[in-house]
Design a protein around this ligand. Structure first.
Ligand code: GRG
Length: 339
């Protein structure tokens, strides 16, 4: 992340810390577990400076607000709400996926168990929704606050629907690219689109708000495609996930969907994916098939196309410098990211 964004990142952390603070000592641990997930504490709940993720969604929100001509400080409650929703979804996703690690550290549920994991996630979701009420204190009009709250709730539903499609489609070797796009639209693009939409809304972008949303939507699709690449070919030391993790768990990601359509090699991959458990040799074979049919290059090209769509929407939004340049740089850095 470039140095220029430090001012926003610092303000995001301050806003999050103010929200994630225990109202009384009896529930201190509940809030401390949230702080662990956010990277501020270690497993023993002592202060830490762990990797806490990119803070992509709040950054997009603040920069969209500024690019639309608004005061980005007014968007801080929405920015924090978006990161809290993201955190909630990761904590629950790790439980649903049985993933033991997150950002290179034990996932919340592996340290504190399923019941606390679910409850901590739920608490973060509720804190996210409540956070929006502070928009009023910062002078945002009541109508805008209501529109933002409804947009956030509609996004939560899209997230649940995308997650449903993801879980229901696991191991389905007949998955089409069309159904994949629907799934990642809900699971990933919806929250990123909401980030740019809410920022623009608070920045009073008026009829340009939808272009900001489109920017986030296309960026979100490109982002997930890059995530798919990293889930197969990412460096475990950088991603914090085991090597070829998405193949081992037989995820229907875009490289796999593409390769499954590739004649004889595709049939071989389908046979592997139908197995209940993939051995190391099976994983190596699946990886060789993906390479041989050019699945990685295909997905890179697709991600680049969605990135171009995103940048075209940003142009249509009439985003103002210097935030426009920050948004552009952020978008392009995401499609070449390593984690
Ligand atoms: C919101 C009510 C409600 C339900 C959510 C659990 C769930 C239902 C959805 C899961 C959605 C999910 C985890 C999608 C993955 C999106 C994704 C690519 C996450 C990684 O985002 P990064 O790279 O993460 O921004 P960092 O670590 O940088 O924060």
């Amino acid at each position: 992340m470039t140095v220029d964004l430090t001012i926003y990142l610092t303000a995001i952390e301050d806003e999050l810390r103010a929200i994630v603070s225990a109202p009384e000592d009896t529930v201190a641990t509940l809030y401390n577990i949230m702080a662990y997930h956010l990277g501020w504490l270690d497993q023993d709940l002592n202060p830490a400076e762990a990797y806490s993720g990119k803070r992509l969604r709040p950054l997009l929100c603040l920069l969209s607000c500024k690019a639309a001509g608004g005061d980005w400080h007014q968007a801080l409650p929405a920015a924090a709400a978006l990161e809290l929703v993201h955190s909630f979804s990761l904590i629950h996703d790790d439980i649903e996926d049985n993933s033991p690690t997150r950002r290179g550290r034990p996932a919340v549920w592996t340290v504190w168990g399923l019941a606390h994991g679910i409850n901590v996630g739920d608490s973060m979701l509720v804190l996210a929704r409540l956070a929006l009420s502070r928009l009023r204190d910062l002078g945002v009009e009541l109508g805008t606050v209501l529109t933002a709250a409804v947009a956030l709730d509609a996004t939560l539903l899209q997230l649940c629907q995308g997650q449903y499609l993801d879980i229901a489609g696991e191991g389905d070797v007949d998955t089409t690219e069309e159904s994949y796009l629907k799934m990642i639209g809900g699971k990933t693009a919806a929250l990123i689109a909401a980030s740019t939409q809410l920022g623009a809304l608070i920045g009073r972008a008026g009829d340009k708000t939808d272009s900001y949303r489109q920017f986030g939507w296309h960026l979100g699709l490109a982002f997930q495609m890059v995530d798919d690449i990293l889930g197969i070919w990412g460096d475990p030391a950088t991603t914090g996930k085991p090597a070829a993790s998405d193949i081992k768990s037989r995820k229907m990601t875009l490289p796999v969907i593409f390769a499954l359509q590739a004649g004889h090699e595709g049939k071989k991959l389908a046979d592997l994916y139908r197995r209940e458990h993939l051995s190391n040799e099976d994983v190596a074979q699946a990886m060789a098939i993906l390479e041989s049919v050019g699945a990685r290059q295909y997905v890179q090209q697709q991600a680049a196309q969605y990135e171009r769509n995103a940048l075209a929407a940003l142009d249509a939004a009439g985003a103002r410098p210097p935030a426009e340049e920050h948004l552009r740089n952020l978008a392009t850095s995401l499609t070449s990211r390593q984690k």
